[in-house]
Design a binder for this molecule. Structure first.
Ligand SMILES: *Cc1c(COP(=O)(O)O)cnc(C)c1O
Length: 387
């Protein structure tokens, strides 16, 4: 299959490998977090690969994300945890989506949906144990517990899980991690005194799954680690799943003194050859990487030169290389021979790999490779072009 001019190759066997790494480290079940279209990798193929590798649950932010997994025929338990007052819970309850509520109002809205459908809703409770973001505020806990106990007693809900999210999971030894866990445990104990037990308790994100197995409880919610990145200094043998590559559009010779790209922020100090790549900031190559990026062509590293534009960027390949039009340039990948990864880009511009991989878009076409039971390899299906 001919690669697309700009392609994100997603290795589903790397996803499967990473599920195994997380499960081994945490010693618990794994929820594969596939929000934001699988961190830019495609939620449905990633979910299928993660499930085949043993993930028991899926996690997303919104009900719409959960429903698109259901629409793709995925019937694994899926939890959605970010809602707004206008979220319609009826289709989510009808599809058996686990709705994690963060307030009494949200619980009431879910109960209304369950009542309208005459079926019990699957509900989790997201407790704000210190992140001060989404989650039930401490001051609202007593009221929520009351509603929850009544709803469980009436059979209007099934309590899937009690959960919270860590503020400093990537600082494994920070005392806040233990404090947050203790606060969640206190809520679980509080419910137990009222005769209600959740099916699951979960706390850990990727960082805690890798470094704090003692916090795992029943499962860990792994996002970034599934895609091959560790939020910690140690990589734990994770393998990046996405390789971004582009076809060399043209190669041309320029003379010493020639300025390159908008503003001539780079000038050739010798006669050289320039390779043009069809990848720009509209595709998720940050413009801040101008004059800082390196790409691999034929196993050699070459500097990106001049401004990164909306649709294209320029690479200095010198006079002695045998780079030709039509060659493949790897922008980032798994990092063999210390070639750039998404983490390299993130470090160069002061952000995190999460932002790089979720930002790949525009004209990028995804292609899936790697053995996953039940899924054909080497597929580019309609709708898998990134948006
Ligand atoms: C995004 C998210 C995760 C996954 O976090 P990673 O750091 O990518 O593992 C887990 N839990 C919740 C609530 C999230 O929003």
């Amino acid at each position: 299959m001919t690669p697309a001019p700009l392609e994100a190759t997603i290795d589903l066997s790397a996803i499967a490998h990473n599920v195994g790494v997380v499960a081994d480290r945490a010693g618990s079940a794994v929820m594969a977090v596939v929000k934001a279209d699988g961190y830019g990798h495609g939620a449905v193929p990633v979910a299928q690969a993660a499930i085949a590798a043993g993930a028991t649950d899926l996690g997303v932010a919104t009900v719409a994300e959960a429903l698109s997994l259901r629409a793709a025929g995925i019937d694994t338990p899926v939890t959605a945890w970010l809602h707004t007052p206008s979220t319609d819970f009826v289709p989510a309850v009808a599809a058996g989506v686990d709705i994690a509520v963060s307030s009494v109002r949200q619980l009431q809205q879910v109960l209304a949906a369950a009542c309208a459908l005459s079926v019990p809703a699957v509900v989790s409770v997201k407790v704000d144990t210190g992140l001060s973001r989404n989650g039930v505020a401490p001051a609202e806990w007593d009221a929520l517990r009351g509603e929850l106990v009544t709803a469980v007693a009436h059979g209007s809900i099934r309590l899937r899980a009690m959960m919270c999210h860590l503020a400093r999971g990537d600082e494994p030894d920070h005392p806040l991690n233990d404090l947050q866990a203790a606060r969640l445990d206190a809520c679980v104990a509080d419910l137990a005194r009222a005769g209600v037990t959740p099916e699951l308790v979960h706390i850990a994100n990727s960082a805690a799954a890798l470094a704090r197995p003692d916090l795992a409880r029943d499962l860990v919610r792994a996002g970034i680690a599934l895609y091959g990145f560790s939020p910690l200094p140690h990589d734990h043998g994770l393998i990046p799943a996405m390789t971004l590559s582009a076809e060399v559009s043209s190669v041309k010779r320029v003379c010493a003194g020639q300025g390159v790209s908008y503003g001539h922020t780079w000038t050739a100090d010798r006669d050289t050859r320039l390779a043009l790549l069809p990848a720009g900031y509209a595709d998720g190559v940050p413009r801040l990487l101008s004059n800082r990026i390196e790409v691999s062509i034929g196993g050699r590293r070459y500097p990106g030169v001049g401004r990164i534009c909306m649709d294209q960027m320029v690479v200095d390949v010198g006079l002695d290389s045998d780079v030709h039009e039509g060659d493949r340039a790897e922008l980032f990948g798994v990092g063999h021979d210390s070639a750039p990864t998404a983490r390299t880009w993130a470090d160069l511009i002061g952000t995190i790999d999460y932002e790089i991989i979720t930002g790949i878009r525009g004209r990028t076409v995804r292609r899936y490779v790697g053995e996953v039971p039940g899924r054909a390899t080497e597929t580019v299906s309609e709708g898998e072009q990134t948006r």
